[in-house]
Design a protein. Structure first.
Ligand code: FAD
Length: 334
């Protein structure tokens, strides 16, 4: 499948999302690719419930709320998101455009690329289960995007950290049944959450399947029917389940970016701070992945970097137009 756009943004973290807004204000369209199932980068994947205090004009904002606001700010420009797929290859075409290819076999032609890839591609740590890929996206998930997707379902949640416990608690009123599988009887989560979990277990609203670990999946056409679990004495239990939510943390990897021929310095992409262009014309980098002298790795820095990059890209996308600077208060959000 091949599509065309002005800019491909690699990474849907805060800097990628704000790049969509800045590009949109200059009438440039974006497709955004991320290896995670949900947008938000580190904010969503690592600390959604933590308050951030150093975003200008927001004395305190939850990381998840910041992402919702950035998504809303980008929405008027209709970005196309390609989630759950990693950008693997970038190639330059004879007419100086680029083709960006993803692990889902999507090919996107564009005039410029903005790499907003943080510390590299995040991916969920997948449990080592046979035939796992047959169920992924259909009944095995590594994130919850919409609670309603789990309404009246029998859900097995696997993992012992904050994500597993928080979602077990959070989905109690939505799901038909929740079974929380962990290889120990102690959970590595915030003390408040541990107390809440024990209360819900006592009220038989959550079944604690401990100490067990995942052993196998059975079902048909990607629809899960049972999750089997095993304990240290090789006792196996078969849990009737419609879906499995596995929370075993995230792996980070600079991955294919290291092989795109860009100048790198200690796993970061070297850019010209005046334009945010990398060593390759037409390819830009912003946010945590971009480096230059005295770089501050902060969200607020990345916002200015996105603006700088998009203003430089304007001349690539519209080579025949003269750029006239206008404040957003004058031109509005069109
Ligand atoms: P990221 O948020 O890392 O997003 C990059 C995205 O790119 C990821 O989703 C990744 O999956 C994707 N990606 C990478 N490679 C590929 C590929 N090849 N194909 C597809 N997708 C790819 N900053 C502050 O300013 N203030 C704070 O208070 C603050 N607190 C923090 C607290 C914690 C616990 C942590 C971990 C970080 C904190 N930070 C804070 C740092 C802040 O989160 C980062 O600076 C910010 O997330 C960087 O944004 P980004 O968009 O550049 O990258």
């Amino acid at each position: 499948m091949t599509v065309a756009t002005d800019i491909v943004v690699i990474g849907a973290g805060p800097s990628g999302l704000f790049t969509v807004f800045q590009a949109g204000m200059l009438k440039m369209r974006c497709h955004v690719i991320d290896s995670l199932q949900i947008i938000g980068g580190q904010c969503t994947a690592l600390y959604p419930e933590k308050p951030i205090y150093d975003i200008p004009a927001h004395p305190k904002v939850l990381a998840s709320e910041l992402i919702e606001l950035l998504e809303a700010q980008a929405n008027p420009f209709h970005p196309v998101y390609h989630l759950n797929q990693q950008v693997q290859k970038i190639s330059q075409n004879n007419d100086a455009t680029f083709t960006v290819s993803t692990s889902a076999n999507k090919h996107i032609n564009c005039k410029a690329i903005v790499i907003a890839a943080g510390c590299g591609a995040f991916g969920p740590n997948r449990p080592p289960l046979e035939n796992l890929h047959l169920y992924e996206q259909k009944s095995v998930f590594y994130a919850v995007r919409n609670k309603a997707d789990f309404a009246n379902k029998n859900i097995v949640i696997a993992g012992g950290g904050d994500s597993a416990v928080d979602w077990a608690i959070n989905l109690v009123d939505t799901a038909k049944k929740i079974m929380l599988v962990h290889r120990r009887d102690k959970f590595r989560c915030a003390p408040d959450s541990a107390d809440k979990l024990q209360q819900l277990a006592k009220q038989q609203k959550i079944e604690l399947v401990v100490p067990y670990q995942l052993h196998g999946l059975t079902g048909c056409d990607g629809n899960l029917e049972q999750v089997s679990v095993i304990d240290f004495n090789n006792n196996i239990r078969h849990l009737d389940a419609d879906c499995l939510l596995a929370f075993f943390g995230l792996a980070m990897d600079l991955g294919p970016i290291a092989h795109w021929g860009l100048n790198l310095n200690k796993n970061h992409i070297v850019v010209n701070q005046a334009t945010m262009q990398t060593s390759q014309a037409g390819i830009y980098a912003v946010g945590d992945i971009a480096t230059y002298s005295h770089k501050l790795k902060l969200i607020l820095t990345s916002f200015a970097e996105s603006a700088t990059a998009c203003h430089d890209i304007f001349k690539i996308v519209f080579p025949d137009q003269v750029f006239h600077f206008e404040y957003s208060t004058s031109k509005g959000v069109a």
